[in-house]
Design a protein around this ligand. Sequence first.
Ligand code: ADP
Ligand code: MG
Length: 255
Amino acid sequence: MRDGAQALLLTDVTKRFGGLVAVDALDLSVDYGSVHAIIGPNGAGKSTVANLVTGVYRPGSGSVAFEGTELSTRRPHDIARLGVARTFQTPQLFSSETVLENVKAGFADTASLPWWKASLKPPGQYRREAELDRDARALLARVGLAHDERTLAGALAYGKARALEIARALARQPRLLILDEPAAGLNSTEVAVLGELLMELRRDGMALVVVEHHMDLVASVADVVTCMAEGRVLARGTAAEVLADQEVVAAYLGR
Ligand code: ADP
Ligand code: MG
């Protein structure tokens, strides 16, 4: 992955649910080494975009391409193997497993792809469990869970569960990471830690899509902001440009 090279390209993507057009002729691109934030009121189609990219839904029409590979006909598992990871709006963890086991499950899912961080190896090369433990612990430290590895995931406070979800997604060695409302329910310290992590991943050259309502976070991490409303792009630009847009303000205030 090269900084500035295009990772993801959505072209004229439409998704309907019955009579409802959830995503309407959407164009969107994300480069390596950058954060593309998607904002917009509830029901705008933001999570549907995440689901279209990760194969949970198939577009009715249009193209979803990752590194030039068409994703729209592929299954979630294949898309994950190509190097796309995501977190969900509601954390999806193995609640009766420990924090450490949850991250290790992420490694176990991974295919032998080039790793964005040279210090970690593809799973086929793990000769000893100890090595896997060490790499899982390194990821836990990275997301601020160094002292929680023995805790059952189901017993984690909400903010920590969100952090664990990110660690597990990172264990999959993605080149494109999609986070659906990662700051929702976090306290201000946790949001700051999340912001630091996103900037670090961006510096590592990862391509990031962040669906988010937390505007301070968006303003501090996003290279490009797209505001969606009713499935369409209402505004796109820098955070400063988009947040100053009268239509964006009106969409958020419901006017
Ligand atoms: P956002 O994440 O921006 O709040 P969503 O992408 O979740 O919005 O939803 C966009 C629209 O599509 C909403 O009106 C929602 O009710 C609808 N929708 C999303 N998923 C489904 C589904 N599986 N079946 C029917 N309607 C859906
Ligand atoms: Mg959503």
